[in-house]
Ligand binder design. Structure first.
Ligand SMILES: [Zn+2]
Length: 369
C-alpha cells in the first residue's frame, strides 16, 4: 500500500532541511504546509515560549471513521549536531550522509512514515479510528516539545512514538528516566605560596567527595555519570570553586531519586568536613516508564509487525524519548524502532527497506486498531 519512491523522495527532501534542536522553524513550516496539503488542519502550539526554541509542536487530527481506540503518532522535528547542510547519499539499498554530518534519519524516518500513512489513508479511503499527529520540537535537547505540550488537550488513549534506534519491529516497552545534577563546591581562595593554609581547595574537596560515590553502573536498572567538570583560576591561587555536571538514569523511579539525592548527601558531608560550601541542585528531565506486554498498545504493534513481515521484538530501550512524557501523563505509549543505525554519529545510515517497512507497519497498526 505504501509508495517506496515517494518515501525515498520525501526522506531526501526532509533531511536536506536544516533543523537543529531549537532551530526547527523551516522544518515546522514545511511540515505544516505538507499536512495542509493533505487536507488536514494543523496548528502550532506555543510550547517554545517555555524554552526559547524557534518552533512549537505541529499537531493535526484525523477524525475517526470507525470505532477504535484514539491513538497518537509522534516523531520529532529536530536533530543533533553536526546536522546542518546534510548531503544524503543513496548507496545501493541504503541512505547515508556524506560523512561530514549526521544523516538525520533520526527522526526524519519517523516523520516520513507518518506522512505516508496519512497519504495511504486518503488514497485508499482506509477505515480508521481517531488519530493525533504530533511533530515535536527540541526532543534532543531534553524532550522539551512534548514536555510543554498541552497534555490536557490530547485526545489519544495510546501512543506510538516513531523514534527508537535499531530495526523496524523493535517495540520499546520500557525506558529509563533521567535526572540531571549540578554541583558547585565553593572553597576559599588564598595565595598558593605564602597563605596556602588559609585557603580551602575546592578541587581537593570535590575529589574526595567524588571518590566516596559510586559511578557508572549502580544496579541492574540504574547508571550514573559525571559528564563535565571545571573550576579554578590559576596555579598560584588556591582553587575556590569547582562546577560539576552529572546525571543519573534508572528504569526505577525510586532508585533514580535515591541515587540522585545520595550524591547531594555525600557532597554535603565532605564539604562540611572541609569547611567549604556546597550548591547542589537537580532536576528531573523525564520519568521512566514500563508497560506490561499485555497492554493493547503493545499487542496491536506486535500483530501489525507480523502483518508487515517483520519480527516483533518487545524490549526495553536505553534512552528516553517523547514516549516517556506521554506515559507520564497517562497515555500508554511505546517507542517503535525506525531502522536508523549509528544515530547521533556521522556514520548514521538507514536501509530503504526499513523506511518502507516502518510506513507499512504504521498503516497496519491503523488498519488493525
Ligand atoms: Zn530521535
Amino acid at each position: 500500500m505504501v509508495n517506496k519512491e515517494r518515501i525515498i523522495n520525501e526522506f531526501m527532501e526532509l533531511v536536506k532541511v536544516n533543523s537543529l534542536t531549537f532551530k526547527e522553524r523551516k522544518m515546522a513550516d514545511l511540515l505544516f504546509s505538507k499536512l495542509e496539503g493533505l487536507g488536514l488542519k494543523p496548528f502550532e502550539d506555543k510550547s517554545h515560549d517555555n524554552f526559547q526554541g524557534e518552533a512549537g509542536n505541529i499537531i493535526a487530527r484525523l477524525k475517526g471513521k470507525k470505532e477504535a481506540t484514539p491513538l497518537l503518532l509522534c516523531s520529532h522535528m529536530d536533530r543533533v549536531t553536526p546536522g546542518e547542510d546534510i548531503n544524503p547519499v543513496i548507496k545501493g539499498n541504503r541512505i547515508e550522509s556524506d560523512g561530514t554530518t549526521v544523516l538525520g534519519s533520526d527522526d526524519a524516518a519517523g516523520i516520513v512514515a507518518i506522512l505516508e500513512v496519512v497519504r495511504c489513508i486518503k488514497e485508499n479511503n482506509l477505515e480508521h479510528g481517531p488519530i493525533e499527529i504530533i511533530f515535536t520540537s527540541a526532543e534532543e535537547g531534553g524532550l522539551f516539545g512534548s514536555k510543554y505540550l498541552n497534555h490536557k488537550e490530547l485526545k489519544s488513549e495510546m501512543g506510538y512514538v516513531l523514534d527508537a534506534g535499531g530495526r523496524v519491529g523493535n517495540i520499546a516497552n520500557q525506558a529509563p528516566g533521567q535526572n540531571e545534577t549540578w554541583i558547585t563546591v565553593k572553597g576559599k581562595a588564598a595565595h598558593a605560596g605564602s597563605d596556602v593554609e588559609k585557603g580551602i581547595n575546592a578541587i581537593q574537596v570535590a575529589s574526595e567527595a567524588i571518590s566516596y560515590i559510586d559511578w557508572g553502573r549502580l544496579d541492574e536498572h540504574t547508571t550514573s555519570n559525571l559528564g563535565l567538570i571545571e573550576g579554578g583560576r590559576a596555579t598560584n591561587i588556591v582553587c575556590d570553586f569547582v562546577n560539576i555536571k552529572g546525571e543519573v538514569r534508572s528504569k526505577c523511579q525510586e532508585n533514580l531519586d535515591f541515587y540522585t539525592l545520595n550524591i547531594g548527601k555525600l557532597f554535603a558531608a565532605v564539604t562540611a568536613k572541609w569547611g567549604a560550601k556546597l550548591d547542589f541542585t537537580w532536576r528531573n528531565i523525564y520519568s521512566p516508564f514500563s508497560l506490561d506486554n499485555d497492554e493493547y498498545v503493545i499487542k496491536l504493534a506486535v500483530r501489525a509487525a507480523w502483518e508487515t513481515g517483520v519480527k516483533p521484538v518487545v524490549k526495553s530501550s536505553g534512552g528516553g524519548s517523547d514516549a516517556n512524557i506521554f506515559n507520564a501523563v497517562g497515555i500508554p505509549s511505546v517507542n517503535l524502532g525506525i531502522g536508523t543505525q549509528k544515530a547521533h554519529t556521522t556514520e548514521e545510515y538507514i536501509h530503504i527497506s526499513e523506511l518502507v517497512n516502518l510506513a507499512q507497519l504504521v498503516v497496519n497498526i491503523i488498519k488493525l486498531a
